[in-house]
Design a protein around this ligand. Structure first.
Ligand SMILES: Nc1ncnc2c1ncn2[C@@H]1O[C@H](COP(=O)(O)OP(=O)(O)OP(=O)(O)O)[C@@H](O)[C@H]1O
Ligand SMILES: [Mg+2]
Length: 381
């Protein structure tokens, strides 16, 4: 309940600028020239939300200003203008061990969003979860591995422009730092975008030895840059089977598998299970999977039945958060304007569910200093 209130608070701030802002789509030249400028909507919220996202004890407003270096600003201007960078500052100042963890030579976890069935919400979840993670003050890289480039488009980047992609990095030898674009002024939220040429990955690697390890090796080559700049990486994958998707499964630590509630995901589920078993048998790679129920409509009998079947079948492997079917998710891209739902309508049940899912995933991959889940807190009381 507490979280509902806080996010409602957040919406108050977002609704006003969003009505005024017409989103712009950027081509590559523009992206290059505006690195450091915002492509997603301004990510900012009230001080109380910053404290909640940081997972630090409630504190006096003047202390928050002091800790985030805002003493000189007028109280009025600073109150509703807290950013993910401020959340990180609060965490580093107030959570024991957070700064040491962030600066350490830690493993940067990779989360792959994967389901062979198309249209189940992979890109929606990738984009919104990446933003929800950045809002918690973590430094995030998103890699779009799908030539359809939905995640790239959801960030407001025109995928028909001449962007550097996974092909430029993995196959053409460009360093990762030259293939990432900053999506926000207020957060470390970077994107390695996709375009239709990503579809050339498979034909180009078909005769290459150890072709399923190419992405893993690329990330390994860029290990120092990754450690210095990011806390977590999300990989959005294309539907169907491909070498590139196999590369994502080999490289990642956790597979997040969204399923829609239409009962048609069963076949896709079998395919995913086969993929994971093959990974284990052939490559000795054991991947943990967390299933996510998406597009849930409680007024539809088949939706309720599918969710019950998933709960029975998956137990702890099913994420606690259930993402409801919501028109605000469906209209994230309309008229050439992209608005990830978590920013455009942060108070929607779908946005709250994505926050809950994000917390669970961050904990699963061992991220330090994840804010407490209000549902868990209520259960403990
Ligand atoms: N919870 C939801 N409520 C309403 N619409 C949704 C929801 N989740 C996803 N959608 C819509 O379903 C469509 C497919 O979503 P998305 O592109 O995220 O799926 P995908 O699995 O990435 O698809 P693909 O396999 O083609 O990459 C989009 O139009 C999206 O807006
Ligand atoms: Mg997609």
């Amino acid at each position: 309940m507490k979280n509902l209130l806080v996010v409602a608070d957040l919406q108050v701030f977002f609704i006003i600028p969003l009505c005024k802002l017409q989103r712009k789509r950027y081509n590559n030249r523009e992206i290059s020239s505006i690195i450091g400028e915002c492509i997603v909507e301004k990510i900012a919220f009230r001080s109380a939300v910053a404290v909640e996202l940081a997972g630090v004890p409630k504190m006096d407003y003047y202390k928050i200003r002091q800790l985030t270096g805002r003493d000189s600003e007028s109280v009025r201007s600073a109150r509703a203008d807290y950013t993910p960078d401020d959340v990180r500052t609060l965490k580093r100042a107030l959570i024991d061990g957070f700064a040491a963890w962030q600066d350490s030579d830690k493993h940067v976890p990779l989360v792959a969003i994967r389901m062979s069935k198309g249209g189940v919400g992979k890109s929606t979840i990738s984009t919104n979860m990446a933003i929800a993670t950045a809002m918690r003050g973590y430094r995030v890289l998103v890699i779009d591995l799908d030539p359809q480039a939905s995640t790239t488009e959801l960030f407001g980047v025109d995928s028909e422009s001449d962007v550097r992609t996974v092909v430029s990095g993995v196959l053409e030898g460009h360093p990762l730092k030259d293939c990432v674009y900053s999506m926000s002024n207020e957060a470390v939220l970077h994107l390695m975008p996709a375009d239709q040429l990503v579809a050339h990955f498979d034909p180009k690697v078909v005769a290459v030895a150890h072709r399923e390890h190419l992405l893993e090796k690329f990330l390994e080559r860029n290990r120092e840059y990754i450690k210095a700049n990011y806390d977590i990486i999300f990989l959005d994958t294309a539907p169907g089977s491909s070498f590139l998707n196999l590369n994502a499964l080999v490289a990642c630590d956790l597979v997040v598998a969204p399923m829609s509630m239409d009962g048609m995901s069963q076949k896709a589920l079998k395919l995913l299970r086969t993929e994971i078993m093959e990974l284990k048998d052939w490559l000795g790679v054991d991947r943990q999977v967390l299933f996510v129920a998406n597009n849930y409509n409680k007024s539809q009998t088949h939706s309720r039945q599918n969710l019950e079947a998933m709960q029975l079948g998956f137990g702890d492997y099913l994420a606690k958060a259930v993402i409801p079917a919501n028109v605000s998710v469906a209209r994230q891209i309309s008229g050439g304007i992209a608005r990830p739902v978590i920013l455009s309508e942060p108070n929607r049940p779908a946005s709250l569910a994505i926050h809950q899912l994000t917390r669970q995933i961050l904990r699963t991959v061992g991220m330090f200093g994840v804010d407490p889940d209000p549902v868990d807190e209520e259960a403990d009381e």
